[in-house]
Design a protein around this ligand. Sequence first.
Ligand SMILES: [Zn+2]
Length: 251
Amino acid sequence: MVERAAFVGGCDGVAAVASARLIGEQPSGTIPHALILIMGDTVEATRAFDEVIEKTVPRVALIDTFNDEKFEAVRVAESLGAGLYGVRLDTPSSRRGNFKAILQEVRWELDLRGFSHVKLFVSGGLSISDVLELTDAVDAFGVGTGISSAASLDFSMDIVEIEGRPVAKRGKQSGRKSVLRCRGCMQDHVVPFGAGKACSCPGEPVERLVEVLRSGSLVSAPPAPKQVRARCLEELAEPGNNTPITELLGI
Ligand SMILES: [Zn+2]
């Protein structure tokens, strides 16, 4: 479920094979430290990966195992050339120092030598604040714990109406509702069912509720995770949806 939520929330892919199968996607992953440790050299390991793994898999070299990231990045780029898709820094926070400066340095050295096509991937215990801080210097993030331990959204299901009669337990508003999203300011308003307008701004209201179950049966098939993800990204790109992420997450 964590991977599904991450994917529909906008992540590009998931690594666990079983999770990918559940959401109907191909799992994705890159070279592990184990391969480099066993082979004893970053370039040798990356070349072996390149030789054996099917060509549809992007070549992302892991450059922080033994030596300085800058020199390893240049070595693998010079070895694989145009075939290198990206480099990954999985450096633990205890060894990072000024991580952004390290990334900018790697970028500089790669660009200077004509490897501006090589993307920078970062992983390793990344928090939301790390991602926000590094986003200008990085092309892709691999995030695990930061997502799986994210704050959960509380929700419950309540009876609010029985055969047309509004009824609800204490602390809950009775009666059938509409959830209207204002296209002007992207605020959601919970109003009595049928109320056409809720927002004080001139934005157009859009009903957000969709009937899913009727008398215990599914009314329509639930959309595939890929469709939910597309809608999520579309909504994030809405011009009125400009609340800073730090505010949304309360950080
Ligand atoms: Zn509005």
